[in-house]
Design a protein around this ligand. Structure first.
Ligand SMILES: [Cu+2]
Length: 187
C-alpha cells in the first residue's frame, strides 16, 4: 500500500510538472526513459522478486525435525492432530494448538472436496485436496489466538468452516478442558 501510494504520488507530480512545463525540453527524454522507465522499474521488480523468494523459502518445509501437525478438512469443519500436554498426539475439532516461536509443518488434506487452510495472521494459504497431503511451514511469533478459515468454497456450510489456532508459550501447554479432544491420533 505504501509503495503504491508513493508511486501514484510520484506519477501525479511528474504529470503536473509535464503539464506546466513550457514546450522547450529542460531535460533530455532519454534521461527519463533510462532512469525512470528502465532503472526504476527494474530495481522495483528485482526488490519484489527478491522479497517473494525470501518469503517463499520461509514457508517451504524442510526435513529438519521441526514440529509436525496435521489438518484434515471435511464438510464443514477441521480435525487437527498435534502433540498433547504430555507430548502424545491428540486430535481436536476446530482448534489447533501450537507453541510460540517454533516453526511447525502442517500436513493438510481433505476427506471429501477441496477446501483451503488459511490463517490470515500467520500467512500461508494452502489447499486441502482429497487423496493428497500438502505441507506448509508456519511460525507463530507470540502466544495468542488466531482465527482461521476455509478459503475455498466447499458447499453450503463453507462460511461456518472456521477454526482457532491457539498459540501457547513453549513448554506451557494451555487448558484443554474446553476442547473436544481425543487421544491416540496419528500426527
Ligand atoms: Cu470451504
Amino acid at each position: 500500500m505504501g509503495g503504491a501510494i508513493l508511486i501514484t504520488v510520484l506519477v501525479l507530480i511528474l504529470l503536473a510538472v509535464a503539464w506546466r512545463r513550457p514546450a522547450r525540453h529542460i531535460v533530455d527524454e532519454r534521461v527519463w526513459t533510462l532512469w525512470l522507465g528502465v532503472g526504476f522499474t527494474l530495481s522495483v521488480l528485482v526488490a519484489l522478486v527478491g522479497y517473494g523468494l525470501w518469503v517463499g523459502e520461509r514457508i517451504l518445509w524442510r526435513d529438519d525435525g521441526a514440529l509436525r501437525v496435521a489438518a484434515r478438512a471435511q464438510q464443514w469443519g477441521w480435525e487437527f492432530t498435534q502433540p498433547g500436554p504430555d507430548g502424545a498426539p491428540i486430535v481436536t475439532k476446530d482448534v489447533l494448538y501450537v507453541p510460540a516461536g517454533r516453526p511447525f509443518d502442517i500436513e493438510i488434506t481433505s476427506s471429501d472436496v477441496i477446501h483451503s487452510f488459511w490463517v490470515p495472521r500467520l500467512g500461508g494459504k494452502m489447499d486441502a485436496v482429497p487423496g493428497r497431503i500438502n505441507v506448509t511451514r508456519l511460525t507463530a511469533d507470540a502466544p495468542g489466538t488466531h482465527e482461521g478459515l476455509c478459503a475455498e468454497f466447499c458447499g453450503i456450510g463453507h462460511s461456518f468452516m472456521r477454526f482457532d489456532v491457539v498459540v501457547y508459550e513453549d513448554g506451557a501447554y494451555p487448558d484443554l478442558s474446553l476442547t473436544q479432544a481425543e487421544t491416540g491420533g496419528q500426527p
